[in-house]
Design a binder for this molecule. Structure first.
Ligand SMILES: Nc1ncnc2c1ncn2[C@@H]1O[C@H](COP(=O)(O)OP(=O)(O)OP(=O)(O)O)[C@@H](O)[C@H]1O
Length: 272
């Protein structure tokens, strides 16, 4: 089922006092303190914070993979969780990409990208393969359509994972450290591709990252978390116009922004 588009006052994602604790009794541990945030239509938001601050936990709650302990998540104004039950029909708006590409090793890349199309069945059968190839082309991976996952590089596997997430035709792309395991140069190339993808599609994108520079390069707004149990410390607007050139990272204004965030994160970690 496809939902109607969000109205002007219905942001794609609203977090309203969202919190999570794990365990029970004396073993209870807080993973995320109450956090509120509005993610706007078509914006690129990065979640940035030290290890264990609850970024992944929050992303998993937005993805409907983890129940909230308290608070509400609204998707285009509709609560994602109701009475302890996740409203699966709202999840059709989401595409997910994780650090590990999680591709089926016995399927070619094109077949992997076709899986969600077959499962969802939202395209006529004859249109599926061309659509899968178009998604691979969009992320610069058209050449590897016929290869198996273990025959290609980690960077190419992540491109394929993004293409697979896009084949759900999501309005919102949630990404958890998608390039965390890649070398610096591949990561830069993938960041450029991701920016191009965002510029072309204007999908709402949420990226969890440890990298301050990656967050500054890609995001419109950076959500900074305190050390665990984390909460949102502040939301920082990134001032650089688009498209952002690869060389932006070497400029003084970029490095000043990175340094400012670094100093804030260091201060938070010293206070913790
Ligand atoms: N299933 C779970 N059961 C118990 N504790 C958990 C579970 N998942 C996460 N946690 C705990 O919740 C806290 C937040 O973890 P989370 O993975 O969300 O942090 P993170 O900011 O994404 O960290 P990283 O950047 O290292 O991935 C951590 O203390 C973690 O140990």
């Amino acid at each position: 089922m496809r939902l109607t588009m969000a109205g002007p006052n219905q942001a794609p994602i609203v977090l309203d006092g969202v919190a999570k604790t794990f365990g029970a009794g004396e073993a209870t541990a807080s993973a995320l303190l109450p956090s509120s945030l509005t993610i706007r239509e078509g914006e690129f938001v990065a979640f940035l914070g030290p290890s264990g601050c609850g970024k992944t936990t929050l992303l998993r709650m937005i993805a409907g993979l983890l129940e909230l302990t308290s608070g509400r998540i609204l998707m285009s104004g509709q609560p994602l969780w109701e009475g302890g039950r996740c409203r699966k029909e709202l999840l059709h708006r989401l595409g997910l990409v994780f650090q590990d590409a999680c591709l089926f090793p016995w399927l070619t890349i094109e077949q992997n990208v076709l899986v969600p199309l077959s499962l969802r069945g939202h395209l006529p059968r004859r249109e599926r393969a061309p659509f899968a190839r178009a998604m691979l082309a969009l992320v610069g991976a058209a050449d590897i359509a016929a290869r198996l996952p273990n025959e290609i590089s980690g960077g190419m596997r992540q491109r394929a994972a993004i293409a697979r997430a896009l084949s759900y035709d999501p309005d919102i792309l949630l990404m958890d450290e998608p390039f965390g395991a890649l070398d610096a140069i591949s990561r830069e190339a993938l960041n450029m591709e991701l920016q191009t993808l965002w510029l072309r599609s204007r999908k709402t994108m949420v990226l969890v990252t440890h990298s301050i520079a990656e967050a500054v390069f890609l995001a419109d707004r950076i959500v900074l978390f305190t050390p665990g149990p984390g909460r949102i410390d502040r939301v920082v607007e990134v001032p650089f116009p688009r498209p952002r050139a690869r060389d932006l990272v070497f400029t003084q204004p970029f490095q000043d922004t990175v340094r400012g965030l670094h100093e804030r994160l260091s201060a938070l970690m010293e206070q913790a």
